[in-house]
Unconditional design. Structure first.
Lengths: 288, 305, 254
């Protein structure tokens, strides 16, 4: 009689523990989902912002400075793709100068830093600053003054553009197109067609993977800018006729404003938000 | 007879405590051990037995004094080639198996391969550990460790063997086995230096002893010289007599049923006792004369020291 | 010959130490993780893999050297296994040297294994193996040998925890000392400057063995640089070992 009571109590204890475990597990999963859905003000690792000058950081990494540069760079990429952080450009210069101090020869961060500075933060001066820094540490990389020149040209500052193209030209290994751009800089505004052709030539004549990749990124950007203009024009005409946004891009074809839907260079569809009427490319071009 | 171990005027002090204070352990130890004898080194705890041994083996450096092994300075490799050492509470590399362990030491003596294998096999047999030859030392019991310790001390067939408390932690059968091995070594003309607390065993096998108290040698010499043959008293077990009858002759220790156990101090009283028992038609069960034992001497000496 | 016996015994001891496998496991995880990490970057992926790989081999190798090395001599003294050993015909310096060689042998095998995983991953990504990477790994190994000597030195007279702290400090100072060089330039001439210069000349400069950047960027390194760095490593190791032998020579094993 005692035995069965004890056994029952033991069994009850085990069973209740198992249930508790199950509910705790379910709780963990559902809470994680809820927390994930809350838009983040910062992303983890944001305290990197508060690191003082990179010069001293190099001493603190005890021989692992290039690894530290890699990790901070990878973090920065995630940080700058998180569009919910609205004030993320405040420390743009600081973060990329830290990376430059830790590993001055690491070329990717300079380029991406300048891209973000120009296209997203709309800070031309910063883009120049980063490209200058990159060229100072790596005088053998013609891409830095070349891109600086491009930024200047798009901003219609032909004098600065010419100065940069000249600098790029002087570096051995620079493709001929740089010389031609130097010549053209004083006379022409670059339109999409020339832009496309420039980058296509660089892409085709590139001797290393690195340059090819940069060119391919720019090609994507030009192509998607072109496509988006077409799409935006069609959407505008649709709205003028029907007084509301199309429910999706396919509707533009049905109603005859477009003959076919453009796809991006990867073959993917463009993204459309019917509520706001905004159209977006499927990939962030500098991240490709 | 050749002197295999010669120790002259050994002094050693340690600095103990947080505020270092000098603590003298050895205060002028001198003695010698001759070839082919079993030498016992005795003393109470803390007297300096193990410290003396460590000085001889080069584990500790004495402040003053000279040590010679086989006529060589004690730290020389020639001396070490011919000695073996079994420390107290031995602890060995627990990640090795018994045979790997013996093999390692054999290599230090540069034994040739076949010689090595045979030696290891015979030693394992000698100490009764053949079955454990592939067992890791971490799984050995205290008694097994003692045995493998003895085996490694014998790996180079040493002429001089140092044993520090070799009989501790062994059951009576084990102790007898080790005692037998030591005696056999003597028969093979080896010299054995034995530190021990267990005086009965020392008394059984040693030829000469030295007694250390507080860092000084209080007494040394051949056992037979130290222990007189004089009979201290006689223990008699008898029955058939009453207590009162015996009071004048000796000291009754205990009685069980009919039997009385009596201690008789003087030899004349034995005669009188035997006559008395015969007259009263009693029975003598045993008569055991007790001579001086090493323990008696030891306790006496230590008390004086 | 006796040194080699001692070395093989130490090798057996080290290779049966579980901590070795724990560290190796983490190193392998780090190396494989580098591939995942590389996917997060924009631009050169192989650089990330190379950086993480070389850093892992260096870091985990150092931990192996220190965690095992600091126990090597201390355990023998503490557990009194050294008693029977010293009573055998072996010099104290042979014992110490044997311990050192045994651990170096163990580290050599571990480094080789980690490097193998690393090079396989690199090969999968780039279909080639660069000699420069092998040189960088070689010098990481030379650094490990020096750290092993340091760990054994400390193991002669302090507990494993303290020895580990000292050894890690040695490692950190060694990588920091070139920062001291900058400090010297900024200092005003005078006795302080001389003092700092004196200290600087003597402190270990472990950055000498750091060819990771050169390996990753494919920079040209003068053979002279390799030669003198290797020589520095060997001489400094000898210096540390001799120091250890002197300390160990007159030690009382109570």
């Amino acid at each position: 009689m005692m035995n069965t009571i004890l056994r029952r109590r033991k069994g009850f204890a085990t069973l209740s523990l198992v249930f508790l475990l199950f509910f705790a597990g379910a709780g963990i999963i559902s809470l994680k989902n809820t927390v994930d859905r809350i838009p983040r003000k910062k992303i983890p690792g944001a305290s990197i912002i508060y690191i003082p000058s990179g010069k001293y950081l190099k001493y603190a990494t005890f021989g692992y400075s290039s690894l530290a540069a890699d990790l901070i760079y990878i973090w920065a990429i995630q940080y700058y793709s998180t569009y919910t952080i609205v004030d993320r450009f405040k420390y743009l210069e600081h973060i990329f100068s830290i990376i430059a101090e830790l590993d001055p020869r690491y070329t990717d961060p300079y380029e991406v830093g300048a891209l973000i500075a120009y296209y997203e933060a709309k800070d031309l001066k910063l883009a120049f600053k980063i490209m200058d820094l990159g060229f100072e540490k790596n005088p053998d990389q013609w891409v830095f003054p070349f891109e600086a020149g491009n930024y200047a040209r798009i901003a219609k500052d032909y004098e600065t553009a010419q100065k940069y193209y000249e600098r790029a030209m002087k570096v051995s290994g620079a493709p001929d197109i740089v010389a031609r751009l130097y010549a053209a800089a004083g006379f022409k505004t670059m339109d999409f067609k020339t832009s496309w052709e420039t980058w296509l030539e660089i892409y085709n004549t590139a001797t290393d993977e690195h340059t090819k990749k940069i060119a391919s990124k720019h090609l994507y950007q030009v192509n998607s800018a072109l496509d988006m203009n077409v799409l935006r024009e069609a959407i505008k005409q649709f709205r003028e006729r029907y007084r509301h946004n199309p429910k999706d891009l396919a509707e533009l074809i049905q109603t005859g404003f477009l003959t076919s839907l453009p796809k991006d260079l990867d073959g993917k569809d463009y993204l459309f938000d019917p509520k706001t009427g905004e159209v977006r490319p499927p990939s962030i071009w500098w991240k490709r | 007879m050749a002197t295999v171990l010669q120790i002259d005027n050994l002094y050693k002090a340690f600095q103990v405590g947080f505020i270092p204070r000098k603590k003298e352990i050895l205060r002028g130890i001198s003695f010698s051990v001759d070839s082919g004898e079993i030498f016992g080194y005795l003393g109470p705890n803390g007297a300096g037995k193990t410290t003396t041994l460590k000085c001889v083996l080069g584990l500790i450096f004495p402040d003053r004094g000279q040590i010679e092994i086989f006529g060589h300075p004690h730290l020389s490799l020639e001396g070490k080639e011919r000695l073996g050492y079994l420390p107290e509470n031995p602890y060995f590399y627990d990640y090795l198996t018994a045979s790997e362990f013996l093999d390692f030491y054999a290599q230090l003596f540069r034994l040739k391969k076949r010689e090595k294998k045979e030696k290891i096999q015979s030693l394992l047999q000698l100490v009764g550990l053949e079955k454990a030859r592939d067992l890791q030392l971490r799984k050995f019991s205290r008694g097994m460790l003692q045995r493998i310790g003895l085996a490694q001390a014998l790996i180079n067939d040493p002429d001089l063997l140092f044993l520090d408390e070799p009989l501790g932690g062994l059951d009576p059968l084990g102790r007898k086995e080790i005692r037998d091995i030591i005696v056999r070594l003597k028969e093979e003309r080896k010299t054995v230096f034995l530190c021990s607390h267990i005086l009965q065993d020392i008394e059984m096998i040693c030829d000469r002893v030295a007694i250390v108290v507080s860092g000084r040698i209080i007494s040394q010499g051949a056992l037979q010289d130290l222990i007189s043959e004089k009979i201290l008293f006689t223990e008699v077990m008898l029955s058939g007599l009453a207590f009162d009858d015996l009071i004048s002759l000796g000291e009754p220790l205990w009685a069980r049923g009919e039997k009385i156990f009596l201690r008789v101090l003087h030899e004349e009283n034995i005669e009188k006792l035997l006559t008395l028992v015969h007259d009263r038609k009693g029975k003598i069960h045993s008569i055991v004369p007790r001579t001086e034992t090493l323990e008696d001497i030891f306790v006496e000496i230590v008390k004086q020291g | 010959m006796k040194i080699w016996t001692m070395a093989l015994n130490t090798f057996k001891e080290a290779i049966r130490d579980r901590i070795l496998y724990l560290l190796f496991f983490f190193a392998a995880v780090a190396l494989i993780f580098s591939r995942l990490l590389a996917m997060l970057t924009v631009g050169d992926r192989v650089k990330i893999i190379k950086d993480v790989g070389l850093a892992s081999i260096s870091l985990f190798g150092m931990l192996m050297a220190i965690l095992i090395g600091t126990g090597l001599v201390y355990k023998e003294i503490d557990k009194k296994t050294i008693f029977t050993l010293i009573s055998k015909p072996i010099h104290r310096w042979q014992f110490l040297l044997g311990k050192f060689v045994g651990l170096v042998l163990t580290l050599f095998i571990m480094t080789a294994l980690m490097s193998l995983i690393f090079l396989v991953i690199i090969f999968l990504h780039t279909s080639k193996i660069e000699g420069r990477l092998l040189l960088a790994i070689l010098f990481i190994f030379i650094e490990l040998v020096l750290i092993t000597a340091v760990a054994i030195l400390f193991s002669c007279f302090s507990t494993p925890i303290l020895s580990s702290l000292f050894s890690i400090s040695f490692y950190l100072i060694g990588h920091f000392s070139w920062g001291l060089a900058t400090l010297i330039q900024k200092a005003k001439p005078g006795p302080t400057k001389l003092l700092i210069q004196g200290i600087y000349a003597f402190l270990p400069d472990l950055e000498n063995f750091n060819f990771k950047t050169e390996a990753v960027y494919g920079l040209v390194v003068q053979p002279k640089s390799y030669f003198y760095s290797a020589l520095y490593g060997i001489v400094y190791t000898v210096f540390i070992l001799v120091l250890a032998m002197l300390i160990f020579k007159k030690k009382d094993f109570v």
